[in-house]
Design a protein around this ligand. Structure first.
Ligand code: NDP
Length: 277
C-alpha cells in the first residue's frame, strides 16, 4: 500500500492540498496517497481520535488547517520552535508512535516573498497586519530574514504586544495600534495577515504606509483583488501578490520534511494562480 497522508480541517471541501501534494508526488515519483479528511468539530476529543485512527491505519503524516491548528498543537509529543511560537501546528509527522509537529506557514510565506517574488527582506521596513495564527507563524521566519525594522499591528493591540514580547531580543520589532501607523511613514513590504479579506473587509490601514517601489502581500488567496490589494494598488504599489505561493511553498516544506525530497513549486503555483484582476 502507498504511504498515507492527508489534510484535516472543517470545512475541507475547498482544500487544494490533495491536488498540490498529488502534483509533487508525480513530479518526484513518490509512491503516496494524499486525501482530505473532514475533522469532527465535536465532541471534545473527537479531533484527536480521528488523528489517532489515521495513524492506526498506517498514516505517515497530516497537514492541519482551520479550525484544528491549536488542537493539533495540544496533542503533539514534540514541537518545533516555530510551532511553539505560533502556538499552532500545520503539519504533523507520525514516527515511532510519536506525533512530531511543525508549522511551515511562516517559512512558506518568506520563501514566496524572497525567492518567488524576488524581494529580500534584509534591511527593509516590514509591516504585518494582524496577530492571529498566521501572523504568529510568520514572525520568527520574518525576523530571521533580517528586516531593518518590523512593525506588527492589530485591532486588539494587546494581542500584538503579547506576540512581540514572546520574541523579544530577536530583532527590531514594534507592536502598535492602527492609528499609530499614520505617523510611521512608508514600509517596503506590507503583509495582510488578518482574516478581513475572507469576508470582503479591510483592516483600517492608512494608505500612507505603502511605498510605490515596495510590495503588498495578501495572505488570503484565490479572491482576486481584495480590498487590501486594491488599496495598495491605488496607492501606486507596483508589486502586489496573494497567498497562493505561500500555500504551495508551505506544502513543499511539509513534503520535503516527510519524504526527504524537495518538489519544484513554480509550475504548481502557476497552475493554481487566479489572476488578481
Ligand atoms: P486568525 O483568526 O487566527 O486571526 C485573524 C486576525 O485577523 C486577527 O489578528 C484579527 O484581529 C484580524 N482581523 C479580522 N478581521 C479584521 C478586520 N476587519 N480588520 C482588522 N483586523 C481583522 O486567522 P489566521 O491567522 O489563521 O488567518 C489569517 C489570514 O491568513 C486568512 O485570510 C487566512 O486565509 C490566511 N492564511 C493563508 C495561508 C496560505 O497558505 N496562503 C495559510 C494560513 C492562513 P483581532 O485579534 O483584533 O480580532
Amino acid at each position: 500500500m502507498s504511504d498515507q497522508y492527508a489534510v484535516i480541517g472543517n470545512p475541507i471541501g475547498h482544500t487544494k492540498s490533495p491536488l498540490i501534494h498529488g502534483l509533487f508526488a508525480e513530479e518526484t515519483r513518490q509512491d503516496l496517497s494524499y486525501t482530505a479528511v473532514e475533522g469532527p468539530l465535536e465532541p471534545q476529543g473527537a479531533f484527536a481520535e480521528t488523528v489517532r485512527a489515521f495513524i492506526a491505519n498506517g498514516g505517515k503524516g497530516m497537514n492541519v488547517t482551520a479550525p484544528f491548528k491549536l488542537q493539533a498543537f495540544a496533542m503533539a509529543d514534540e514541537r518545533s520552535e516555530r510551532a511553539e511560537l505560533a502556538g499552532a501546528v500545520n503539519a504533523m509527522k507520525f514516527e515511532g508512535g510519536r506525533i512530531i509537529a511543525e508549522n511551515f506557514d511562516g517559512i512558506g510565506l518568506v520563501r514566496d516573498i524572497e525567492r518567488n517574488l524576488g524581494l529580500p527582506m534584509a534591511g527593509k521596513r516590514v509591516l504585518m497586519l494582524g496577530a492571529g495564527g498566521a501572523a504568529r507563524g510568520a514572525l520568527l521566519p520574518f525576523l530571521a530574514a533580517g528586516p531593518a525594522e518590523m512593525v506588527i499591528v492589530n485591532r486588539d493591540v494587546e494581542k500584538a504586544k503579547a506576540l512581540a514580547a514572546t520574541v523579544g531580543g530577536r530583532g527590531a520589532l514594534l507592536a502598535c495600534a492602527y492609528r499609530d501607523l499614520e505617523t510611521m511613514g512608508r514600509f517596503d513590504l506590507v503583509v495582510n495577515a488578518t482574516s478581513a479579506s475572507l469576508t470582503g473587509g479591510l483592516p483600517p490601514v492608512p494608505p500612507s504606509v505603502f511605498s510605490p517601489e515596495g510590495a503588498a502581500y495578501e495572505l488570503a488567496y484565490g479572491k482576486r483583488l481584495t480590498p487590501f490589494l486594491r488599496l495598495a494598488r491605488n496607492a501606486g504599489v507596483r508589486t502586489i501578490a496573494d497567498g497562493v505561493g505561500m500555500l504551495v511553498e508551505q506544502a513543499a516544506e511539509a513534503f520535503d520534511w516527510w519524504r526527504g525530497v524537495r518538489p519544484e513549486t513554480r509550475t504548481v503555483i502557476n497552475r493554481l494562480t487566479v489572476p488578481l484582476d
